[in-house]
Each structure stands twice: as structure tokens, then as C-alpha cells.
Ligand binder design. Structure first.
Ligand code: MG
Length: 279
């Protein structure tokens, strides 16, 4: 390192230190509500303390038509008809696990097909997409006929897949216009498939999607498509947007100066007790 460069480097360092020392902490001026305390489940995927459990492996009492499906060995398998959750949900985090039939039968849309309908309207596709070609906006993790997923993260038939869905329900004005469309984020087996995808309307097989106004909350339904897809561990957490009250305009506060040492410093490496800055 030559001397001129060393001098420039030292000068720059001194300027940066001086700038940092004179910077003042910025505050938003909003008094935020405390986020709720939630105890996570024991293992990844198990229900947190505030979750509504829709299926824990024992029965489908939380669902209309639940008695029509087959519940055995802690799993539920579609029979005869769709099931519809008795409880209605708006904005929510939904966890479910599903397994395509171990015995592979059929192809394309005819292989391991089911679906998770948010508000009983918007289908997140469930399909055995492991080495199974079909139209991309109809494969596992698509919003059926609206968008393909960002990836194919399927496990093999017979193995368990997780779906973690973040759903922001659409909002409608009193005249029926869309105030805010719905959005879906989906993670399958830890892989992002849908990134805050803007729903175009309810899922339809026969027409282009378009919104019709509906209630703020609706049930979840699981599709019967004739295939023995198995389900387990289904739970929901409703959430609210973070909220707070503005108590002032945003402002900077004078940075607290380190308190003078009470005793002569004999441990120069010790953390400065007056430094309470956090980022
Ligand atoms: Mg389906």
C-alpha cells in the first residue's frame, strides 16, 4: 500500500466514522400494537398454539360431508363428494399435507387430482405432478387455469407433500367493484411456488375468471376428483394486518451519548454500557 493511498483511506475512514457518529436515529411516529405471542408447534409443520385444527388424523367433524370420506391410519381420503370446512376464514395461513396415490394410475389431470379451494372459490391445484405432464397452469401448485407454479417441487407418489398457503382475501366495495383482489403465496415442501399471486377471480373450468362480490370470509373446501389422494395435518391461522396509531410525524431523535465511565476504564475491550442502539 503506498503512502498516498494510505492517506486517502485513512481520511475516508475518518469521514465515515464522523458521519455515523452524527447520524440520528429515525422513528416512524407510529405507536404499533404488540404482535401476538404464538407458541410454535413442536416440529416444523405441527399446529402453533393459536391454530384452528381442521384435521388432526382422528375425524372430519370440522367439515361438512366429512362423514363421506374415508378416515384411517391418521389420514383422510376423498370419497363421493367435496368436503367443506364448517368454519369460515378470511385472510389466513393454511397448512395441509397431502400424498398422491402410491399406486400410479392415469395420466395428466387424471392422476392424483384433488384441490384446495380457498373461500370455496379459488383453487390451489393438488395433482400428482411427479413426472406427469399436463398443462402448466393445471399442475400441482398452480392456481388452476390462472398461473403455473414457479417450480415443480413434487415428492414421489406415496410420499407426503406440505402446502403452506398465505391467503389475502379479496375486498369488495359496497357497489360490488373489486377494491382489492385476492392474493396467494404458496410454499410446497419448503419451495416457493406462488409469490403473492394476484387472483383474477374464482376458478372456473368453463369460463374466464372474473370476480363476483362475496362475503369477507368463506370456507375451505377439498375437492373430490375420483382419485385416492390422502390428506393429513390440516390447520389454519387467521391473521390481521399489523396495526398502530400515528402519534406524531416521523422524526429523528438525538443519538444518546455514551455515559461517562464511573471508574477509570481498565477493560478497554468491554462493550460500551451507554450504547443502546439496535438495528
Ligand atoms: Mg383439482
Amino acid at each position: 500500500m503506498n503512502r498516498a493511498w494510505l492517506h486517502s483511506y485513512s481520511l475516508l475512514t475518518a469521514i465515515l466514522i464522523a458521519t455515523a457518529a452524527s447520524a440520528q436515529e429515525w422513528k416512524s411516529g407510529v405507536e404499533w400494537q404488540e404482535p401476538p405471542v404464538v407458541t410454535p408447534g413442536r416440529e416444523v409443520g405441527s399446529a402453533p398454539s393459536d391454530a384452528v385444527v381442521l384435521f388432526d388424523g382422528t375425524n372430519l367433524d370440522a367439515w361438512e360431508n366429512g362423514d363421506k370420506w374415508l378416515v384411517e391410519d391418521g389420514t383422510a381420503t376423498p370419497k363421493q363428494t367435496a368436503i367443506v370446512s364448517r368454519q369460515h376464514f378470511g385472510d389466513m395461513q393454511l397448512h395441509l399435507e397431502w400424498s398422491a396415490p402410491a399406486e400410479v394410475r392415469g395420466a395428466g389431470q387424471g392422476r392424483g387430482n384433488s384441490g384446495c379451494y380457498l373461500m370455496n372459490l379459488y383453487e390451489v391445484q393438488i395433482l400428482d405432478s411427479f413426472e406427469n405432464q399436463t398443462y402448466f397452469d393445471g399442475q400441482a401448485g398452480s392456481i388452476y387455469k390462472q398461473t403455473p407454479p414457479l417450480a415443480n417441487a413434487m415428492r414421489k407418489p406415496g410420499e407426503w407433500n406440505t402446502y403452506d398457503i398465505i391467503f389475502n382475501a379479496p375486498r369488495f366495495r359496497s357497489n360490488g367493484d373489486v377494491e382489492k383482489p385476492g392474493h396467494v403465496t404458496l410454499i410446497q415442501n419448503g419451495v416457493l411456488l406462488l409469490n403473492h399471486f394476484e387472483l383474477q377471480g374464482p376458478t372456473s373450468y368453463v369460463e374466464a375468471p372474473h370476480y363476483k362480490p362475496h362475503a369477507e370470509k368463506g370456507p375451505i373446501s377439498l375437492q373430490f376428483h375420483g382419485d385416492p389422494v390422502r390428506f393429513r395435518n390440516i390447520w389454519v391461522r387467521e391473521f390481521r394486518q399489523a396495526s398502530g396509531v400515528r402519534v406524531s410525524a416521523p422524526f429523528n431523535i438525538e443519538q444518546k451519548k455514551p455515559a461517562p465511565p464511573k471508574e477509570p476504564a481498565d477493560k478497554p475491550d468491554e462493550a460500551d454500557p451507554g450504547d443502546d442502539a439496535a438495528e
